[in-house]
Design a protein around this ligand. Structure first.
Ligand SMILES: Cc1cc2nc3c(=O)[nH]c(=O)nc-3n(C[C@H](O)[C@H](O)[C@H](O)COP(=O)(O)OP(=O)(O)OC[C@H]3O[C@@H](n4cnc5c(N)ncnc54)[C@H](O)[C@@H]3O)c2cc1C
Length: 335
């Protein structure tokens, strides 16, 4: 059982900034995220896009913002449960909450801060009839650890940055062989990645099959090959150990919608006094909350996190009086 003061669900920018603000109040945080890395939408959707409305940063790449938030949180040694979805919540007799993930990891805390953004990103799945039979038996939708593919024959499907970047990465000495399959002959990703993939295909480092879609998976209990339907050549069988369809992720509020919280249009209703929900001890900040005038902006989430931790402190230490001190006076004293 992982024990902490504030259990943050969602390691996007608002969840990460909560660690810093809570740390100033000597409160420890642990974060759960369904994605294999921290950063939420910034990392998953637009890491290379510049953001222009973060105070005091005229321009910053979303990926760099996340890196800075991680650095800012570092002194407070946050814990992370990554690649797992917060699934269930139960209340204990001493007014704490136990949150269990889809993989069974349990966490206990007196305060829950839901910073779940647009919800869990669920993979977009290709319409292949026997797909479910091979999930986690050779079919994966997210590459969590590239070393998992060491020495393997991997087929990747997709035409975006994720498919291109992983093809390049796995082909550079990780996998035994990589095939990239795309249903068109033009790609949506960065031009330099597209060029690199083309060069790798031309030099025989990878196999590139365009104008083709995977229509069947073969194998006895695990993936041993796939069948593609090629526009001109018809059905082609390709032997492989893994098929990784990278068709993007779409967000869903997911299990949090069953936690007894008041929800309006997929967002959790909060009191703007402290961003508390209708369940005492559970707060919601960032894109996932709802109140009159709500703006889904990172800077608004930072403000919400700052006020929320003050209320969390009072809940955890009802007898202590906290006096706000400037960081310029007190500095940042980590754990
Ligand atoms: C293309 C694009 C451009 C943008 N540009 C700007 C901009 O210029 N300026 C700006 O201010 N904002 C911008 N935004 C919006 C900004 O990214 C969001 O406001 C911000 O990411 C919200 O942060 P968050 O921490 O609330 O949630 P998110 O970043 O959405 O992170 C939430 C995290 O919670 C996780 N999660 C959800 N449910 C669970 C669960 N049950 N268990 C485990 N994990 C869970 C998700 O996996 C996710 O990682 C942009 C958004 C997009 C898509």
């Amino acid at each position: 059982m992982i024990e902490t003061d504030i259990l943050i669900i969602g390691a996007g920018p608002c969840g990460l900034f909560t660690v810093f603000e809570a740390g100033l109040l000597k409160l420890r945080c642990h974060l759960i995220d369904a994605l294999p890395q921290a950063g939420g939408q910034c990392t998953e959707i637009y890491p290379k896009k510049p953001i222009y409305d973060i105070p005091a940063y005229p321009e910053i790449l979303a990926g760099d913002l996340v890196e800075n938030l991680m650095k800012q949180a570092e002194p407070f040694k946050p814990g992370f449960t990554l690649g797992e979805r917060a699934e269930t919540i139960e209340k204990t007799d001493d007014d704490k909450f136990i949150v269990t993930t889809n993989r069974g990891t349990q966490h206990i805390a007196p305060v829950i801060a839901i910073a779940g953004g647009l919800g869990c990103f669920e993979p977009r799945k290709p319409p292949v009839a026997n797909l479910a039979d091979y999930e986690d038996h050779g079919v994966e939708y997210i590459i969590k650890d590239p070393n998992f593919y060491k020495g393997k024959n991997v087929v990747i499907s997709g035409g975006g940055d994720s498919a291109l970047d992983w093809t390049i990465f796995l082909a550079e000495g990780v996998a035994n062989h990589v095939t990239l399959i795309h249903r068109r002959n033009s790609f949506r990703g960065h031009l330099d990645s597209v060029q690199k993939v083309m060069d790798m295909a031309a030099s025989g480092k990878i196999r590139l099959v365009t104008d083709a879609e995977v229509v069947d998976i073969t194998g006895d209990g695990k993936v041993e090959g796939i069948v593609v339907d090629h526009e001109k050549e018809g059905k082609i069988s390709i032997a492989c150990d893994h098929w990784v369809p990278l068709f993007g992720l779409s967000p869903k509020l997911g299990p949090i919608s069953d936690w007894g919280l008041s929800i309006t249009k997929n967002a959790i209703d909060v009191d703007t006094f402290d961003y508390s929900t209708n369940v005492p001890g559970i707060y919601a900040i960032g894109d996932i909350n709802n109140y009159p005038g709500k703006l889904k902006l990172i800077l608004c989430g930072f403000h919400e996190a700052t006020l929320m931790v003050q209320s969390a402190f009072k809940r955890i230490y009802p007898d202590k009086n906290y006096v706000l001190k400037y960081t310029t006076v007190n500095g940042v004293e980590g754990f």
